[in-house]
Design a protein around this ligand. Structure first.
Ligand SMILES: [Zn+2]
Length: 398
């Protein structure tokens, strides 16, 4: 009687031990899947990205000039992060998207070591209507997600979600945006000029804010021309800028009819490509676009707003790159642009981030496997015991 009680106790202890061990293994598997999908995948995917090589050899300047290598600026361009605000979006959505962007940005900083990061507008989703408290909360979360070491510069232009479309935009919203982000319109580094435009203010209707924005751009154009033409008359004693053509950074793209000519895996979907763009809403007006090209004579333009990728050649071969959204809320396959830039040349490459589909599939497959493991062993584990028990009893009775 006592021996059978001891046997049963031993069996139940063994079963408990086996189940505990199985639970431990399952927990480890869950942790491994989480670690892979929420952390390691960013390293694996971004590790494949590299800075593009410049076509012209470094230092190839004027003939006879000493071949001193031109400094190359490594710039990262991203757009439309749309950090959710207090009103729209579920808290879980907010948490997930911000975690994804934080991991992608921090991993990119660590692996790629850019010198400057440009965000091309629509940083916040609800800047256009958020209260001062909600704005402060959004800004706090932004600096957490996009924290960076002091030697990396972060510059941003305003988008319609940050300060509102033309009809919503006012001085208060512009000022509070500029209080967070450096309001400098013209920014030169390593001999490269960047013009950062508040494209929402380029409505062209002569409103106060629009007139001031245009006057500011005319002033920048004058200054750039003076620097390019080596101080002709009428330029005053202002400090010269580097003589290279500027790179334009803005939220709204320059005027284009639609995205019909855009290609690539992250271009607009076929059913949206042929939808005509609305001037002053989807793209800048034709007139303002001409003015910008004429006044600033840029060599490259980068813009956001469309959430999809596109490359457009404007007159005189000026390339405009529409940078897709950096948020998984807007895309399955977000990306950012990497630029190797010198005063006379540039090369761009795209760095794709992990696809949401792939992450979700990994979770589903892992969950399926774990379910199977959990279901099968209860029988597999218990079956040998029952079998052994039966055999033992048989022998005893014999
Ligand atoms: Zn926008």
């Amino acid at each position: 009687m006592a021996s059978s009680w001891l046997g049963a106790r031993r069996q139940s202890l063994h079963l408990l031990k086996t189940r505990g061990f199985l639970l431990l293994k399952l927990s480890a598997a869950v942790l491994a899947v989480l670690l892979f999908c929420e952390f390691l995948i960013y390293y694996l995917v971004i590790f494949r990205c590299s800075w593009p090589e410049l076509k012209t050899p470094e230092g190839a300047g004027t003939p006879g000039a000493p071949k001193a290598p031109e400094p190359v600026l490594r710039a990262m361009f991203l757009a439309d992060t749309h950090l959710l605000g207090a009103i729209r979006g579920h808290w879980l959505d907010k948490l997930r998207r911000e975690w994804q962007m934080e991991r992608a940005f921090q991993t990119a900083l660590w692996l790629l070591q850019p010198e400057v990061v440009f965000i091309l507008g629509d940083i916040f989703d609800e800047g256009k209507w958020s209260s001062p408290e909600a704005w402060a909360d959004d800004v706090g979360r932004f600096w957490k997600v996009f924290r960076h070491p002091p030697h990396v510069q972060l510059r941003a232009v305003a988008g319609n979600h940050d300060i509102g479309f033309h009809y919503q935009m006012d001085t208060y919203r512009i000022k509070r945006f500029e209080k967070v982000f450096n309001p400098e319109r013209l920014f030169s580094w390593k001999g490269i000029n960047f013009v950062m435009i508040n494209s929402v203010a380029l409505e062209g209707d002569g409103c106060d804010i629009c007139s001031r924005a245009e006057a500011e751009l005319l002033e920048i154009s004058h200054w750039l021309n003076c620097s390019r033409e080596h101080r002709p008359r009428g330029c005053g004693d202002r400090q010269w800028l580097p003589a290279s053509a500027p790179i334009l950074l803005q939220h709204f793209p320059l005027y284009r009819k639609n995205d019909a000519n855009c290609s690539g895996e992250d271009a607009a979907p076929p059913d949206e490509k042929y939808t005509p763009f609305k001037e002053r809403y989807d793209v800048l007006s034709w007139e303002v676009s001409r003015k910008l090209l004429w006044w600033l004579r840029p060599r490259l333009i980068l813009s956001g707003h469309t959430h999809s990728a596109c490359e457009v050649q404007h007159r005189a071969g000026v390339l405009e790159v529409s940078v897709p959204s950096f948020s998984w809320r807007n895309r399955n396959n977000p990306s950012f642009i990497m630029g190797s830039i010198t005063p006379m040349d540039y090369a761009l490459a795209k760095c794709y981030l992990p696809c949401e589909d792939m992450v979700l599939t990994t979770y589903c497959v892992a969950a399926g496997c774990l379910m199977l493991i959990m279901l099968i062993p209860t029988r597999l584990v218990s079956a040998p015991f029952h079998f052994g028990q039966r055999v033992l009893r048989k022998f005893k009775t014999m």
